[in-house]
Design a protein around this ligand. Structure first.
Ligand code: ADP
Ligand code: TRP
Length: 326
């Protein structure tokens, strides 16, 4: 049984990119693995500086995940800041990371390019993420392709630490979906909460339908073949089997297809797949105390593991100065 671990930022409503990039696999993996899953609210501090918003988003993300099938009784599910040991280990790990590795982090560079002001938290974000993984002994880390570089940085940190101080941390492996590596947003760029181009899984019916209808398309004439290298095709493909994808590709290539019809069908597929989870979500929303109680149980389980890795790291680095010295 492998320890499978991943986290998600509570920076807004969870969306199709989050679901197909990471959440669906986490939910599937919980059946046969030792699953560790958390809402990374410390990471969200790098971009959200509104107390009420962060607190609401944090609980909402946990509720969304549970409504979609993450079972806190089958996994260890918690809120990152309830195990603050990750901050101590972030500091320990910071001392073996060269700034060059952070300068090259593409997600940091992308965010800068989008005009986000870079605070030190955003810059050292990959070290906190490495700490999240190493402190809980994560072996397999399911993430979307955009996080691949962060996992490589984590692996590098684990190697270096073990080389410098002796075997302490497990070197994790990324788990990235082979098809659907990056879900496009309605504007055709990567779907991301920070780009305002998402389709939220639990948005209200009318506004979600509107999002589907506004997926960007080109102005190809109705009696011309349409390109399948587009956001509309890729989003629809998420809901289809291989055979169905081929059929859809043929429809795109056949003159006469209307983008509006395809968008409506895609919306119907989305609704058929996700609307059944709304009832569970409503129930959890009305029973927040139950969610919080499960999260507390999760943080207690996670703390035991974190303490043990942290103590090993402290000893390895010479911080437990009393040991063997008196
Ligand atoms: P966001 O970019 O919307 O803030 P997060 O950074 O919180 O999303 O990502 C949570 C998880 O969802 C990560 O594993 C990430 O790789 C995955 N993910 C996010 N957006 C996408 C996408 N558009 N396609 C595939 N996976 C995604
Ligand atoms: N950086 C990840 C993202 O934006 C979220 C994250 C934080 C994470 N800590 C993690 C993912 C540990 C996997 C493992 O998506």
């Amino acid at each position: 049984m492998k320890r499978v671990l991943s986290g998600i930022q509570p920076t807004g409503d969870l969306h199709l990119g989050n679901y197909f990039g990471m959440m669906s696999r986490m939910i599937k993996y919980q059946k046969e693995n030792d699953l560790f899953c958390f809402i990374v609210n410390y990471h969200a501090l790098t971009t959200i500086q509104d107390k009420k918003l962060l607190a609401e988003n944090t609980l909402n993300a946990a509720i969304d995940f549970m409504a979609l099938g993450l079972d806190p009784d089958r996994s260890t599910f918690w809120i990152q800041s309830d195990v603050p040991q990750v901050c101590e280990s972030t500091w320990l790990l910071s001392n073996i990371v060269n700034v060059g590795a952070l300068d090259r982090a593409t997600s940091y560079k992308d965010k800068l390019a989008k005009g986000l002001t870079a605070n030190v938290g955003l810059y050292s974000y990959p070290i906190l993420m490495a700490s999240d993984i190493l402190l809980f002994g994560g072996e397999i880390v399911p993430v979307g392709k955009d996080q691949k570089q962060h996992i490589e940085i984590t692996r590098d940190i684990a190697f270096r630490f073990n080389q410098t101080y002796g075997e302490t941390f497990i070197v994790p492996e990324p788990d990235i979906e082979k098809t659907n590596q990056l879900v496009p947003g309605i504007d055709g760029q990567k779907m991301s909460k920070s780009y305002g181009n998402t389709i939220p899984i639990f948005g209200d019916e009318k506004s979600v339908r509107k999002k589907f209808m506004s997926i960007v398309t080109d102005s190809t004439d109705i009696d011309k073949p349409k390109s399948i290298d587009t956001a509309l095709f890729q989003l629809y493909a998420l809901f289809l089997s291989d055979n169905e994808k081929e059929e859809l590709a043929n429809r795109f290539k056949t003159p006469g297809m209307r983008y509006g019809d395809i968008k409506q069908e895609l919306y119907d597929c989305f609704w058929a797949q996700f609307s059944p989870y709304r009832e569970k979500r409503d129930y959890l929303e009305k029973h927040k105390y139950h969610v919080i109680q499960k999260l507390n149980e999760g943080s207690q389980k996670a703390t035991v593991i974190a303490d043990s890795f942290l103590d090993k790291a402290r000893t390895a680095m010479g911080l437990n100065y009393g040991e063997n010295n008196v």
